[in-house]
Design a protein around this ligand. Structure first.
Ligand code: GDP
Ligand code: MG
Ligand code: K
Length: 298
């Protein structure tokens, strides 16, 4: 492929919580980078994942969910998401195969401020009993916004994802290969480790605990050729949550640590000693200082 024919660009994936943004990213890139959970709002950071082909490089941002903010962290998340939309070449707007709800309408209204081409991705079509239901749905969405394309897919199954990638590439400008071929993310290991631990917390705990949780990897130190020492802290807002996270006789924390460690070892290909702590920081979500400490701002 001639250099000047190479295409490259940035793609933002947006949509209500739980529409399948992380699942789509993981499926497209084929590596576990974005963090999945069955609870909403697990993705707080922009995650860059990268697809490199002979003719193109697509760099994906997994933006935080755009929704009406309820606290400072929420405001920051919306800001990040909207800011990202103006810098990208293509926006993938994910919805479920249902009539647009208030969450979708809110995002569509935000999109009126950007000129970037928006591809509407109707995800989870595997849940439809009859694919003919798609046609009236596509019409409803078409009337709400001037989408560049409308593509039904299943991120999970997967279905129609190759077509989606082709469409994305068709909207990319000619440009350089920004990242080396074998790179799938530009996030440091520290961040990915913290997200893996947070994912385990989300999976193993219930209801009120997860959204008040942040994980910080404070230290990574090779102890030998084969062993990496990692110290991480799970910050929570309440003593009662701390008790849940530690569990009877420390069982919950052990289980979180074991599952996270196993995945880190797979990811990094080395043995890991995970030194995992739980600490209480009251109301951290409303304090800018803590947001900064946790890497959400600045
Ligand atoms: P996000 O909040 O938008 O990042 O959504 P996730 O990727 O975390 O997915 C939320 C839930 O929807 C998870 O339980 C996924 O397994 C599920 N999901 C995602 N894509 C599909 C799909 O194409 N079909 C079905 N049936 N479920 C999906
Ligand atoms: Mg997500
Ligand atoms: K989620």
């Amino acid at each position: 492929m001639e250099q000047e024919k190479f295409k490259s660009g940035f793609v933002a994936i947006i949509g209500r919580p739980n529409v399948g943004k992380s699942t789509l990213l993981n499926q497209l890139v084929g590596h576990k980078v974005a963090i999945m959970s069955d609870k909403p709002q697990t993705t707080r950071h922009k995650i860059h994942s990268i697809i490199t082909r002979d003719d193109a490089q697509i760099i994906f941002l997994d933006t935080p969910g755009i929704h009406k903010p309820r606290h400072k962290l929420g405001e920051y998340m919306v800001e990040v998401a909207l800011g990202a939309l103006k810098e990208v070449d293509v926006i993938l707007f994910l919805v479920e195969p249902q009539l647009p709800g208030p969450g979708d309408e809110y995002i569509i209204n935000q999109l009126r401020e950007v000129t970037t081409p928006v591809i509407l991705v109707i995800n989870k079509i595997d849940l439809l009993e009859n694919k003919a239901e798609l046609l009236p749905l596509i019409d409803v969405f078409r009337q709400k916004y001037n989408f560049a394309e409308i593509v039904p897919v299943s991120a999970l199954k997967p279905e129609n994802l190759d077509h989606l990638v082709e469409l994305v590439v068709s909207y990319l400008p000619y440009g350089p290969k920004y990242y080396p071929d074998n790179m799938v993310t530009d996030r440091p290991e520290q961040f990915i480790m913290a997200e893996l631990i947070r994912e385990k917390v989300l999976h193993l705990t219930t209801q009120e605990v997860p959204h008040g949780v942040a994980v910080v990897v404070e230290e990574i130190e090779p102890r030998s050729d084969q062993l990496l020492y990692v110290r991480a802290v799970i910050y929570t807002e309440k003593e009662s949550h701390k008790a849940i996270l530690i569990g009877k006789g420390g069982r919950m924390l052990k289980e979180i640590g074991r599952l996270a460690r196993e995945e880190m070892e797979l990811l990094l290909g080395s043995k890991i000693y995970l030194d995992l702590w739980v600490k209480v920081k009251e109301d951290w979500r409303n304090q800018d200082l803590y947001l900064r400490n946790f890497g959400y701002a600045g």
